[in-house]
Design a protein around this ligand. Structure first.
Ligand code: FPP
Length: 249
């Protein structure tokens, strides 16, 4: 039996993905399968996320980015949307002190202006309080949509050109990256999506250009250390070439 409280010995600490992103899918199905209301799945998902964050920290992964609420999720029944927004706020309040103590830097990405004011205030407080922490960077995407993000960048850059503050020739990939919500964050190395769905659902389309993808049938509330270990084992077998040919070829 492997002791999963420490980095398993068959994982190479030199080859861990510095930045892991995850689409936490399957909360609703997990609850329905157990005859529970969908929101019970979100509650359990939050527990799984807390454990995943701790695991990343224990195993030396530097950044975890999670898709908590997409721009499309507003289309869900009002009661579920309301529950999710309240859950984010409650969790942030409840977990902030401990996350801070453990050196977690919390950041949010997405259009936060559409969120309830009390949640916006809690987000601001959490970001401010943990801004200097360096143990692990925890990025939460809320009201996030990649196309919306890229469109917003186009507007910002076009405005600068129109105002004469930027020349057309100065528009580059790195300039675009610097205007994304994820500016100054290296791109994810590994993307995990749970629940058997194999799509990106408008998540980090620009940032995932060279990311390794890992899909698992496990529903997010059941995604535990062992499941994460399996994902990392799989990742360590990949040959990341970034468009080049293999060294031995
Ligand atoms: C997708 O499952 C999950 C969500 C839309 C919500 C994820 C949120 C959490 C895990 C809480 C995290 C809290 C913080 C503070 C980040 P689904 O509802 O789409 O499941 P289904 O596909 O089975 O219906």
């Amino acid at each position: 039996m492997i002791d999963l409280s420490k980095l398993p010995s068959d994982l190479n600490p030199q080859l861990l993905p510095p930045h892991v992103a995850i689409i936490m899918d399957g909360n609703g199905r997990w609850a329905t399968k157990k005859g529970l209301p969908r929101v019970a799945g979100h509650r359990q998902g939050a527990r799984a996320l807390k454990e995943l964050l701790r695991c990343c920290k224990d195993w030396g992964i530097k950044a975890l980015t999670v898709y908590a609420f997409s721009t499309e999720n507003w289309r869900r029944p009002f009661a579920e949307v309301d529950f999710l927004l309240m859950l984010f706020e409650k969790l942030l309040k409840r977990e902030l002190a401990q996350m801070h103590q453990e050196g977690v830097r919390v950041s949010f990405i997405g259009d936060l202006s559409a969120l309830p004011e009390s949640l916006q205030n809690q987000i601001e407080r959490s970001q401010k309080e943990t801004a200097q922490n360096q143990e692990i960077y925890f990025n939460v995407a809320v009201n996030y949509g990649s196309r919306n993000e890229i469109t917003r960048v186009c507007h910002q850059i076009a405005t600068k050109v129109q105002q004469g503050k930027l020349k057309l020739e100065e528009i580059s990939e790195s300039l675009i990256s610097q205007h994304l919500y994820t500016a100054n964050t290296p791109d994810p190395d590994l993307l995990i999506r749970t629940s058997g769905e194999m799509r990106l659902s408008n998540f980090l389309l620009w940032q995932l250009a060279y990311t390794e993808m890992y899909f698992t049938n496990i529903l997010f509330p059941d995604f535990d250390r062992n499941a994460f270990y399996q994902a990392l084992l799989d990742y360590q077998k990949r040959d990341r070439r970034f468009g080049k040919i293999a060294v031995s070829a």
